[in-house]
Design a protein around this ligand. Structure first.
Ligand code: KIV
Length: 290
């Protein structure tokens, strides 16, 4: 495997300047980190979607910096080749600049090379201190799940001209503030294209059409482990849920029928141990048995 992707490499990955599209997936533990490396993705996001796809909550608001850091560390123990982005969860960058920098540093100390923050230009006062602490920042605009209560749910954004203008001006302000990449979520495809055109940093879309500089999907959606609901922008590349149910059901059948474990899957006692336990004497020999 190659060396780990860096922030400057990702910063330079703009399709209009000839770069290949960026591939980002979420991951939350060492096995998914290993899979992401084997599949040669460019960026791993240890996202606050952790709250929903791993921890079982109905929104992303229930996950803390400590929990994200715990999962960043697990991913990083797999020695990923992708750039690792730690997601700043709700309330980790809303109270004060000091707390914000400390929280971002917690994710960096856990192994993240940069952090992601949801929200438009109004987040810049909290983004700047993080950048001043030498922590690179990925912005996240459009459908920002941490604002689900304000948005009235996970609703597609920028459906009206005024909202599109605000989104584009947020994007340019975030680039100017120093963000090195930007996730755009849940907007019409033309809006994804307009934002991508308006900025010179790479945009990474999720439900933002084909024109962004990269695409991101949530790991559990992509492999089909999350099978309860499927937003339009999700393409399932696997049937992990069904595969895992089938594997566990086959295990259950084998245990109940006595087919598992076999002798080959068991540890045999040495002759000395068997003799010391008196097992030879109590076993009928072939000639006695016949
Ligand atoms: O937390 C997350 O998984 C995300 C992606 C949907 C971009 O923010």
């Amino acid at each position: 495997m190659g060396s780990q992707r860096t922030v400057p490499q990702v910063r330079a990955s703009k399709r209009r300047y000839g770069a290949d599209p960026l591939v980002m997936v979420t991951a939350y533990d060492a096995p998914s980190g290993r899979v992401a490396t084997e599949a040669d993705v460019d960026m791993i996001l240890v996202g606050d979607s952790l709250a929903m796809v791993v921890l079982g909550y109905n929104d992303t608001l229930h996950v803390t910096v400590e929990q994200i850091a715990y999962h960043v560390a697990a991913v990083c123990r797999s020695e990923p080749t992708a750039l690792v982005v730690g997601d700043m969860p709700w309330m980790s960058f809303h109270v004060s600049a000091v707390e914000t920098v400390r929280n971002a540093a917690t994710l960096v100390r856990a192994g993240a090379q940069c952090v992601k923050m949801e929200g438009g230009a109004k987040r810049i006062p909290m983004i700047k201190p993080i950048l001043d602490a030498e922590i690179p920042v990925v912005a996240h605009i459009g459908l920002t799940p941490q604002s689900a209560n304000v948005m009235g749910g996970f609703k597609i954004q920028a459906r009206e001209a005024a909202a599109v203008q605000t989104l584009v001006s947020d994007a340019t302000a975030l680039e100017e503030a120093g963000c090195f990449a930007m996730v755009i979520e849940g907007v019409p495809d033309v809006v994804g294209a307009m934002v991508t055109e308006a900025v010179s940093i790479p945009t990474i879309g999720i439900g933002a059409g084909v024109s962004t500089d990269g695409q991101v999907l949530v790991y559990h959606d992509l492999i089909g482990l999350e099978n309860r609901f499927k937003p339009r922008f999700v393409r399932r590349y696997g049937t992990a849920y069904e595969d895992q149910v089938a594997a566990l059901a086959a295990f259950a059948d084998d245990v109940r029928s006595g087919a598992f474990p076999s002798a080959d899957e068991s540890y045999q006692a040495t002759d000395e141990l068997a003799e010391a336990l008196g097992l030879y004497g109590s076993q009928p020999t072939e000639s006695e048995g016949s």
